[in-house]
Design a protein around this ligand. Structure first.
Ligand code: PMP
Ligand code: GLN
Length: 381
């Protein structure tokens, strides 16, 4: 699993952020915001530290956060998980993914994901001993071919692991695709794992959790995180909601990964989840503007751009600028334009890298002036 191309090779995010620090280039590689989140959330964490919430919290998560997660699901999606038995707090969505994959798969099981896929999926599937099968998302709209999806899910499939809205393509899956996933999960007795960390970051479309579709709830694990919604990626407060029996299996693994995490940040994320609707609308509108600024800059620089409908990433094709190898292009980009980005090949299995070879991911969760400066620098390409 180790080695330069193995599932556990160093993550692209560490490499590219180090390159940004070393060269002083603008970091549009690793996805993290360059501004703090809401003051209500920051203040709640400070108050929690002052109030002495600095020891191990309960393994399943603090009641105040589990209740806030359940209320948030009810407010936005009409879902009503039981905060005592169907909500689990984790160390970021990363741990929720890790514990879920390790708990629910055995050697030889198959896990189906879309491709490109978030890099930790392949690593955790490899660590669990399961087989990874992929369904391609292809430019320009990155929607899956439904026949390919039908063919990929079989009786060997244990998990259908989706990410919606999708990193790195910015795709939002259609209701038709979500309904087919539920149907296939029933037909082949698979569990759906849905990574929805970008649930509030959609542009002109609303987010539909797959758990809200008829027949889905009993076999779906929904994963999210406070990092993206409250600009607190460094706090690593994530969570999942799942039927009680499935959650118990995941908790059995989670207790030996980290036991618990982030005591003072848990009530702070709870305060965030209780912010009024206007906050959540506001972050999506703000980000839509940032997407437009960077997309326009990339187009003006000569890239072919796929318009994302969610997440904080935009995919640009460097082939139009004469660069056919995005990995080599990203290594040169700090020198060429003072910008760091990430090649899509980092989210693709070895055998399919060719198809995505010239595609680059840029993060637009940055201040508008930073995006404008990056655009001006990219114009020199
Ligand atoms: N899933 C996806 C699709 C992501 O983009 C990320 C990273 N931001 C994560 C999971 C990990 O989230 P966290 O930082 O909460 O662990
Ligand atoms: N999820 C973020 C991204 O895709 C950061 C990931 C990370 O640093 N592990 O850029």
């Amino acid at each position: 699993l180790l080695g330069s191309d193995g599932a556990l090779s160093p993550t692209i995010f560490a490499e590219m952020s180090a390159l940004a620090v070393k060269t002083g280039a603008i970091n549009l590689g690793q996805g993290f915001p360059d501004e703090d989140g809401p003051v209500e959330v920051l203040d709640a964490a400070k108050r929690a530290i002052d109030a002495g919430l600095n020891q191990y919290p309960p393994g399943i998560g603090m009641p105040v956060l589990r209740e806030a997660i359940a209320s948030h699901q009810a407010r936005f999606y009409g879902l009503t998980p039981d905060p005592d038995t169907e909500v689990l707090v984790t160390v970021g969505a990363t741990e929720a993914l890790a514990a879920t994959i390790l708990a629910l798969t055995d050697q030889g099981d198959e896990v189906v994901t879309f491709e490109p896929f978030y890099d930790s999926y392949a690593a955790m599937i490899a660590l669990s001993g399961a087989e990874h099968r992929t369904v391609a998302l292809r430019a320009p709209d990155f929607q899956p071919d439904l026949d390919e999806l039908r063919r990929s899910v079989t009786d060997r499939t244990r998990l259908i692991l989706i990410n919606n809205p999708h990193n790195p393509t910015g795709t939002v899956l259609s209701r038709e695709t979500l309904a087919l996933i539920v149907e296939l999960a029933h037909r082949h007795d698979a569990i759906i794992v849905s990574d929805e960390v970008y649930e509030h970051l959609t542009f002109g479309v609303s987010h539909t959790p797959i758990a809200s579709l008829p027949g889905a709830l009993d076999r779906t694990v929904t994963i999210s995180s406070g990092g993206k919604t409250f600009n607190t990626t460094g706090w690593k407060i994530g969570w999942l909601t799942a039927p009680q029996q499935i959650l118990q299996a995941i908790l059995a693994v989670k207790q030996f990964l980290t036991f618990v995490g982030g005591a003072p940040f848990q009530p702070a994320i709870a305060a965030g989840l209780e912010l009024p609707d206007s906050y959540f609308r506001g972050i999506a509108l703000d980000l839509a503007h940032k997407r437009d600024v960077l997309s326009a800059g990339l187009r003006a620089a000569g890239f072919t751009v796929s318009e994302p409908r969610g997440s904080y990433f935009v995919v640009a094709d460097a082939a139009a600028l004469g660069f056919s190898d995005a990995a080599a292009f990203c290594r040169q980009l700090p020198d060429l334009a003072g910008v760091v980005a990430v090649p899509i090949s980092a989210f693709v299995s070895d055998e399919n890298k060719g198809e995505y070879a010239s595609l680059v991911r840029f993060a637009f969760c940055k201040r508008v002036e930073v995006l404008e400066r990056a655009s001006a620098q990219l114009a020199s390409l």
